[in-house]
Ligand binder design. Sequence first.
Ligand SMILES: [Zn+2]
Length: 192
Amino acid sequence: MITDFVIDKQKLKQLADKFNIKENSCNALFKLYEDSVSKSIRTQYLAHIIRSLELSMREMTGNRLFAINCVPMPKEKIIRNAQGRYNEGLCFIIYFNKDLPEYEKRNAIAHELGHLFMVAFANDQLFKIYTQSKKMYGDGNDMEPLASLFGFFAIAAKNQFYQNDAPTCAKNITAHGWNGLLNDFLKLLNSP
Ligand SMILES: [Zn+2]
């Protein structure tokens, strides 16, 4: 594993020195970042997809606070691996089994997002294009394969990213390494 960007004691010391901050303050800020932001990032499955659906929902519903939230739950409190609850125009909450393997959590959440996509977007949009077509789903189980299809699209796109695009990012974003990053931020200190 390349550890160029892993922040350890020595790197914190270097940062404190370069940015002219007390070492204690630097350590304290890093710990705070790790305990709050970093921890929460690890539970934000499919965050990009959720964010973009959320923005579309805000536009469509006119509710600027429309939110999609994922809530980890103990297995015994939910019936399936994940359950979505749609409060029309207000929010969509996905409760998921917190003990699933990581890849299954992503799949289950993607499937639930598929339900929201079908209910809130797909039927309206498809109806506009094919005016004589009926709804693509009925109530209940008829929607299941379509929700899975959406989930599949979403996960396939993410996997494409991890397999191909992420290594390309390495060239464009991380090629200058730790010292390059540090120098860039030191330059920011002097910019207006
Ligand atoms: Zn379902």
